[in-house]
Design a protein around this ligand. Structure first.
Ligand SMILES: [Zn+2]
Length: 410
């Protein structure tokens, strides 16, 4: 692999150019005020053509709001020596808007290179994930090193606003594209030394509690029903009982236990001497995958009924976000093993399988019984102002993909 690695080291300027061009082509979803990803997909296509890649298959999702009414999903496949399975890498074409421009030290769409960092909107999330597997393939092709298995690179639309026109669309249109014995790597989260491989996530349950009592003057509480007091009581009961009932720990996660946090609270009355008749507050729950969300909801309903009985209020609960965790990818699965060995070889670190608080696209694969690992080497600048990626991480992650694809010395 030494020859491949030195070819990759020689690609530094080409990588900076690739990042610069991609960053200049905005790829905002219509929800974020943009026209989608088509212009960016076209530029990538021309780059692939210039560098003699095989033809790309498109699974375009129709979207009347987008350029040419298309949300592009690109599938690049290169055959390997063993054609029984495919190593997939999925990255997303879309980026989020720059946010408050005052917080940027440079134009977010004009890349600058400073102290080993490439700075611009999207360079980390998810252009690093697009670049590394493509440059890995390019280096292997140049050195005429065969791939161990088929390699598939999916560049998908709409990851930042729900994946409805992206990977969700691809997997529902082409049910046999990715199979349960394939390996899936999603380079869209990670840590600064590339030592974490995300294989599991917690379920997410956001709860909105609306408490209705009766508003009166604060000097005559007996004539009203204080919605604030009932809300406070409910919050305390939920806090205590949810933690007690769902107390298991799993050391793969940080924190290792389920979390139940009272968060937002809507404004109620404007003056201190009014007893509020309406009260709205929220909980953010992240639940270990061993528990079902319906068990959590059951406990919540019982606590609500008790507070209603004790105080005379009416309580309604809705769930603005409810996502049952996908079954975890086994830490012993082939994708984790191959990736770990490549990371050890290139970076010299022992990677750890971890779980996170919820909400990665890898869940879409895991729900279909396909093992998926989320990995990259990043400082976690996604969505932040002055987003950057480190050039040394582009080089090392490209080498890791080259090692994974070739299967050499693993
Ligand atoms: Zn991302």
């Amino acid at each position: 692999m030494d020859k491949v690695f030195s070819v990759i080291d020689g690609q530094q300027e080409a990588m900076i150019d690739f990042q610069t061009r991609l960053t200049a082509i905005q790829a905002l979803s219509p929800e974020n005020g943009g026209k989608g990803e088509l212009a960016r997909a076209r530029w990538i296509q021309s780059w692939l053509d210039q560098h003699n890649f095989p033809p790309v298959e498109y699974i375009n999702a129709p979207d009347p709001r987008a350029d040419e009414q298309i949300r592009p999903n690109m599938i690049l496949r290169v055959p390997g020596e063993n054609r029984s399975k495919t190593v997939w890498v999925m990255a997303h074409l879309d980026t989020v808007p720059p946010g408050d421009l005052k917080l940027w030290e440079s134009d977010p769409y004009k890349v600058i290179v400073k102290e080993g960092k490439i700075i611009g909107r999207g360079v980390e999330d998810n252009q690093q994930g697009i670049l590394c597997p493509i440059f890995a393939l390019r280096a292997l092709m140049e050195c005429k090193i065969p791939l161990a298995y088929d390699v598939g690179i999916m560049l998908v639309a709409d990851e930042e606003t729900g994946s409805h026109y992206g990977i969700d669309y691809v997997l529902s249109q082409k049910k046999d594209l990715v199979r349960s014995d394939d390996l899936v790597i999603v380079p869209d989260a990670g840590n600064p030394d590339g030592s974490t491989i995300e294989v599991a996530e917690k379920s997410i349950l956001w709860c909105r509690f609306a408490i209705s009592g009766k508003q009166v003057h604060a000097s005559t509480p007996h004539q009203g029903i204080n919605a604030h007091r009932a809300a406070a009581r409910l919050a305390v009961i939920l806090d205590e009982e949810l933690h007690r009932a769902f107390s298991a720990k799993d050391s793969m996660f940080d924190p290792p236990e389920s979390t139940f946090e009272p968060t937002k609270h809507d404004a109620n009355v404007e003056n201190i001497n009014t007893i509020p008749g309406e009260e709205i507050f929220y909980f953010d729950c992240r639940v270990l995958p061993q528990y079902s969300l319906s068990a959590v909801e059951e406990l919540i309903k019982k606590a609500m009924a008790r507070v209603e009985k004790d105080t005379g209020v009416k309580i309604e609960v809705t769930y603005p976000n409810r996502a049952e965790a996908a079954p975890p990818t086994s830490p012993d699965s082939e994708v984790v093993k191959i990736l770990s060995r490549a990371i050890k070889m290139v970076k010299g670190v022992d990677a750890q399988p971890i779980g996170i608080g919820g909400g990665t696209v890898a869940a879409l694969f895991r729900r279909r019984g396909i093992p998926a690992a989320v990995w990259s080497t990043i400082d976690d600048m996604a969505h932040a102002p002055n987003e950057y990626c480190k050039i040394k991480n582009l080089l090392s992650d490209t080498k890791v993909f080259a090692a994974v694809f070739s299967g050499k010395d693993l």
